[in-house]
Structures are given as C-alpha cells and as structure tokens.
Design a protein around this ligand. Structure first.
Ligand code: FAD
Length: 465
C-alpha cells in the first residue's frame, strides 16, 4: 500500500530545521579508516605477535616443553587480542566513521569469543606443562601455580573475562538490565590490567628488554587512547558546547522529538545518518548514555533526535524540560553519504529506523528521481515524521512510499518482486537500510535476491552500539 499525499494531522517541516541548506555545515573529518584496512592491520598485528613467539620458541621433543610453547603462543595472542578488543571500543573517530559503531560492536563480540578461547587454552596448556614438568596431578599443579601472585592475579582477570562473556551471551543479555551488563563489562578493564601484570611477570616476555618495552608501549598506548576518547574528548565537548534541551515535541503515539541546542554545535561536524550517545542530566536518565540518531541535519546550533518510548529510559525522555543539561558524545557511525557508490539511492526504513534515513532523505545529493524512500510500518499511526518526509519528497522530487500492513500479512511489500515493482532499476541502487532486526534481515535477503549486491546494502543496527 502506498501513499504520497500530505497528512493534515502532522505538523509541517519545522522552520528552524528547513530554512538553511545543509551545505553550510563545515566539511566532515577527512580521516576514515576503511573496514578492510582495520581487518588487515589487526591480522598483521597478530602475525607480528606470532613472529615474536616464533623467534623465542625453542624446538624440543619433551612433552612439558610442547605444552609450554603452546601456552606461550596462546598467551601472547590472548594479550594482543585483549588490546584489539579495547581499541575497537575506544571510539576513535577515524575508526567510528569509517567502520561504523554497529560493525565494531559485532567484531568486538566475535573477537571476545576468540580471546576467551585463547585465554582458556593458555591456562590449560600452562597447567598441563607445569604438571608434566613437576610430575604432579592437575589439582596439585593448580594449587602450586595459584601461590604465585601474578598467576593468582591472572586467574581473577580470567574470572572477570568469563563474567563479561557470560553476560554478553544473547540469552543472558536479553534478561539483564543494560546497566548491569555495562557494569560487568567495565570489569574487563581491570581484567586487562591484571593480565598485563601476569604477562610482565611470566615467561612469555622473557625474550628481552625490547620485547617487554614494546609490549608495555602497546598497553600504554591503548590506555591513553581509551582515556582520551572515552573521557577527555566528551568532557571537553560538554564544556565547549553547553548543550541543553530546547524543546520536546510530540510526534505521535509514544514518539517525541527532542531539540538540543548549544554553542558551536556545527564544530561537532555531525553528518546526517550519524548518532550520538546522549546523557540527559535529570533524575532517572543521567546514569545512562543512550544512543539516538540525528533525525534532521544540524542547523542553527541545534541537534534533533526522535525517540520511540520502548523502555524505562525512553519513556522518561518525554518528560524532559527545556533547559535540561545534555552530555552528548559523538558523532559516531558510518551510515553516511560517504558509503554511497551509485547515483541512485534507495532508503529503506522500518519503524523508528526512519530517524537516520529522514536526515539522509533531505541531504543526500541527487536530482529528481535519484532518491527513493520506502517506509515500512504496520499502520499509518506508526509512521513517524510523516509530514516532513512528504515535504522533502515534494521539494526534491523524490519518490516516497509508505508500505503499510502487518508483518505477517498475505502480501509482503518487501518481497523481491514487490521491491522491483516499486523501485525501477533497483539493482543499480545503493541501499541504506534501518529497521527492526527481523525486518532488516528479511529486507536484506529480498534485496540480494532482487539483484542488489550485498556490498551496496548499507545498514544501521539499533541493536548494536
Ligand atoms: C546506533 C543507534 C541509534 C539509535 N537511534 C535511535 C533513534 O533515533 N530513535 C530511537 O527511538 N531509538 C534509537 N535507538 C535505540 C535506542 O537506543 C534504544 O531504544 C534505547 O536505548 C532503549 O532504552 P530504554 O532503556 O528505554 O529501553 P530498554 O528496554 O531498557 O532497552 C531496550 C534495548 O535497548 C538497548 N539499550 C538500552 N540502553 C542502551 C544503551 N545505553 N546503549 C545501547 N543500547 C541500549 C538494550 O540492548 C535493550 O535491549 C538507536 C540505537 C542505536 C544502537
């Protein structure tokens, strides 16, 4: 079902968001690390660590030496892996803007499983090596090893890493509060520090002063990067921009837009499609930084988000008062015009996933007919920012289709055939996709079956950040 008529229930495009063209924003930061580069650099680092091990390894036919050599390799790789995991989450702008926060979070989660496996293998191999060497059983060997301070520290660190892994398992994470998951995750920093103490004291870095110096430098650098981007940069931005809620606007059932104003907001260089992590300094909200995409381009020192109430925090946002202080860290995300490779672009939104696409719909360069927006919702009341979308479509002569109906209805508007009928030359498009996970998965499969290469489907995942 499609419609292109304007709707009297919805307010027109707000004047302060429409009067100045986005071209007046300062240029975006030039540095963006491509995902392949980050992958290659990570693999190269792993290769260098394996080389370090290879140089130190002394071939031996003895069983205890075999276990010890295996323990050295897995220990070094685990130590390196922990550094990579921390760096992926350090919020370095070039990495965030090039790779994208959702992809970084997925890599971090996948890498975390490998690192846990390496830590487990390291512990087991070291224990077996010691038991064979001292001709004792595993229980006695465990007791002996725990008497060493550095090994006891590493064991506590391993316990913390296991807790992080368990609380991150999908089944557990769904059942616990985000804040609990996050608090346990912070334990990984202590675990990394304990692991570092263990590595410095242990035989893995006994190869010489240079190896110990390099290892310490790598850890020091990661610590500085983390403190800089996770603490110093957001605090400096908070002082510089002095952001405050300017207005909270009703956008329909359970949905509000929040306009946040401050000093020199354009200097944040936020691009349409990106998001910030927002901390509203009022009771019940200040303790959590919630990710929300910009639902309009930045203008007149104003940022706008549009929020659907789905839980405790998002429900409180409706009650924010003008003047409330806001700490916003960002911008983050690679769901921007820079991903585009083709003249023709299809924007495909589901539910509140419209927010980043609303900003892109207005600003993506292109002539009449180059940009199409498909917006899937179960019924017309679920369409957010509808009047604005219709105004933009009219002004830039872009196609806009609302695809309404239940997700289990007989007709699937996201089936390959239906998509091809709605969007002429579909296979020649770049696609920007944002919606609930099930809808995004189904739409991706349909688009690929309709001939759009997977490399041209760019998605933003509201479940990972
Ligand atoms: C990159 C990105 C952009 C987003 N943009 C928008 C947007 O424009 N509009 C919108 O309405 N929603 C957006 N979301 C979703 C929004 O962040 C969540 O709906 C919100 O955080 C839920 O908070 P809650 O406490 O009310 O709900 P809860 O019921 O407590 O949480 C619902 C789910 O949201 C996730 N979540 C909760 N708190 C956080 C947090 N602090 N950080 C990360 N995830 C969290 C959890 O995985 C949880 O399963 C976005 C999410 C991401 C990752």
């Amino acid at each position: 079902m499609t419609t292109e008529a304007s709707h009297p229930l919805y307010s027109p495009l707000p004047v302060e968001l429409s009067e100045r063209p986005p071209a007046e924003l300062p240029p975006a930061p030039a540095l963006r690390l491509a995902p392949e580069r980050l992958r290659n650099a990570t693999a190269a680092g792993g290769g260098a660590v394996a080389l370090l091990w290879g140089v130190q390894a002394r071939p031996s036919a003895r069983l205890d030496a075999f276990f010890a050599t295996g323990a050295h390799l897995t220990g070094l790789l685990a130590g390196y892996g922990v550094l990579v995991l921390l760096l992926l989450m350090a919020r370095v702008p070039a990495v965030e803007h090039g790779v994208g926060a959702d992809r970084l979070a997925r890599w971090h989660a996948l890498g975390g499983r490998y690192v846990l496996g390496l830590i487990g293998a390291h512990a087991l191999l070291a224990l077996c090596g010691y038991a064979v060497h001292t001709r004792t059983d595993l229980v006695t060997a465990t007791g002996d090893l725990l008497a060493y301070g550095a090994i006891a520290a590493a064991t506590v660190g391993t316990g913390l890493f296991v807790a992080v892994g368990v609380t991150s398992a999908r089944a557990v994470r769904r059942r616990i509060r985000h804040e609990t998951w996050r608090a346990v995750h912070l334990g990984a920093l202590l675990a990394a520090a304990l692991g570092f103490v263990h590595q410095l004291a242990g035989p893995d870095l006994a190869g010489g002063l240079l190896t110990r110096w390099l290892w310490s430098m790598a850890h020091g650098t990661v610590a500085v990067v983390l403190v800089w981007y996770r603490i110093v940069v957001p605090v400096r931005a908070a002082l510089r921009h002095d952001l405050r809620v300017a207005e909270v606007r009703d956008e329909g059932p359970g949905v509000v837009s929040v306009l946040v104003r401050g000093r020199g907001v354009a200097l944040l260089r936020a691009e349409p499609g990106q998001f910030f992590r927002w901390r509203f300094l009022r009771r019940g909200l200040w303790a959590t930084a919630l990710p929300f995409s910009l639902s309009a381009p930045v203008r007149d020192d104003t940022l706008r988000i549009t929020v659907k109430a789905i839980g405790d925090h998002t429900r409180r946002i409706r009650r924010l008062r003008p003047g409330t202080r806001v700490l916003a860290s960002g911008p983050f995300g690679a769901f921007t015009a820079h991903r585009r490779t083709r003249r023709k672009v299809l924007l495909l939104a589901g539910g509140v996933g419209i927010t980043p696409l609303r900003a892109l719909f207005e600003t993506l360069p292109g002539g009449p007919g180059d940009v199409t927006l498909l917006y899937r919702a179960s019924d017309a009341t679920g369409l957010v920012l509808r009047a604005e979308l219709e105004t933009i479509a009219r002004e830039r002569q872009a196609a806009l289709h609302f695809l309404l109906g239940p997700s289990d209805g007989a007709f699937d508007p996201l089936a390959p055939r239906a998509l091809r009928d709605l969007v002429p030359e579909l296979a020649a498009h770049d696609v920007y996709l944002c919606g609930p996970p099930a809808m995004a998965r189904a739409a991706t499969a349909s688009l690929i079956r309709a001939g759009v290469p997977a490399s041209r489907i760019h998605s933003e995942d509201f479940d990972h950040a």
